[in-house]
Design a protein around this ligand. Structure first.
Ligand code: SF4
Length: 326
């Protein structure tokens, strides 16, 4: 296994709310190898996006990373001065957000926005930056790229805007791309095109990618490894084949049972996970999934299940697995 390009250790990102402390990410650890695609999955509020924002150091008050390490190679991102972090952000680690309109400035042309990034991060001159920006627009499939260089974001459709955002994100050939539900705001017909584009680009640049999604179909198609989160914590982590073939955590099993599988029995019953996701504001001790878990027992109410390695990096946080392993 190559040295990880990104290592997250014991990350805790909390929000001080009037109603209590929202432990949005609570002790998360994982790593990302160069060129690897890691999908982070979970329901809304599971801490997926806060994890991404913590890596990018984009957490605003009342939120704060209160503990943990985030290492990009040997560099501890959390202790880096903001100026140095700014260079890494947008150059070596880039993020693609759900809604392309939030990433684009409506008062500047799309060409100017991409070229500006190239001039700032790569020191290109005006002419070179324009040529490179047009090349990038072509690469992401914008028709008549040269003519559209001077258009404003509102002159593009949602799918085309997301292509522009991707062009901006890959302008400096980043080592890590973080895509936070990049197709959620788009029409279903466009979603597949954007995911295909992301996959092609990631392979072409050999960038590592963290793809945040709630769609297990996307995970199956794109991931090398998958991290399943529930209420701020990792519940299962491993290579995608193992987790799909042999999900071990009751929550992951519930997610798998709620999707139609190709090749599955025609009369297979689709099941939903009962109850509502836990919002981890001053969460009680014990397993956070216990309120929805058929297998919950006494120990689950008092003890937090630590992640345990089963084999080959397949890790699960559930007391049942501890018993099985022993
Ligand atoms: Fe269910 Fe207990 Fe395992 Fe949590 S630790 S998933 S409550 S069996």
């Amino acid at each position: 296994m190559p040295e990880p390009i990104l290592t997250v250790e014991g990350l805790k990102t909390y929000f001080q709310l009037r109603s209590g402390v929202l432990k949005a990410v609570d002790g998360l650890s994982f790593s990302l190898a160069p060129g690897e695609v890691l999908c982070i999955v979970g329901e809304s509020g599971s801490g997926k996006s806060v994890t991404a924002q913590s890596i990018m150091r984009l957490i605003d008050p009342p939120g704060e990373v209160v503990e943990g390490h985030i290492r990009y190679g040997d560099t501890d991102l959390l202790s880096l001065p903001e100026q140095k972090m700014e260079r890494i952000r947008g150059d070596r680690i880039c993020m693609i957000f759900q809604d392309p309109m939030t990433a684009l400035n409506p008062v500047f042309t799309i060409g100017a926005q991409i070229a500006e990034g190239l001039r700032e991060h790569q020191g290109l001159g005006r002419r070179e930056a324009k040529a490179k920006a047009i090349e990038l627009l072509r690469l992401v499939g914008i028709p008549q790229a040269e003519a559209r260089f001077g258009d404003y974001p509102h002159q593009f459709s949602g799918g085309m805007r997301q292509r522009v955002v991707i062009a901006g994100a890959i302008a400096c050939q980043p080592d890590i791309l973080i895509a936070d539900e990049p197709t959620t705001a788009l029409d279903v017909t466009i979603q597949a095109q954007i995911l295909k584009l992301l996959s092609e680009i990631q392979k072409r640049l050999h960038s590592a990618m963290i793809l945040i999604t709630h769609d297990l179909g996307v995970v199956a198609a794109m991931a090398d490894r998958v991290l399943v989160m529930y209420a701020g914590r990792m519940v299962e982590y491993g290579d995608v084949e193992t987790v799909f073939r042999e999900p071990k955590h009751p929550y992951t099993i519930g997610l798998m049972d709620s999707i139609i599988r190709l090749g599955g029995a025609r009369d297979a019953e689709l099941r939903s996970i009962p109850g509502m996701p836990l919002v981890p504001v001053d969460p009680p001790p014990g397993c956070r999934f216990r309120f929805r878990c058929d297998e919950a027992h006494e120990r689950c109410e008092t003890e937090t299940p630590p992640p345990r390695d089963l084999r080959d990096g397949h890790s699960v946080a559930c007391h049942l697995l501890a018993a099985e392993k022993a």
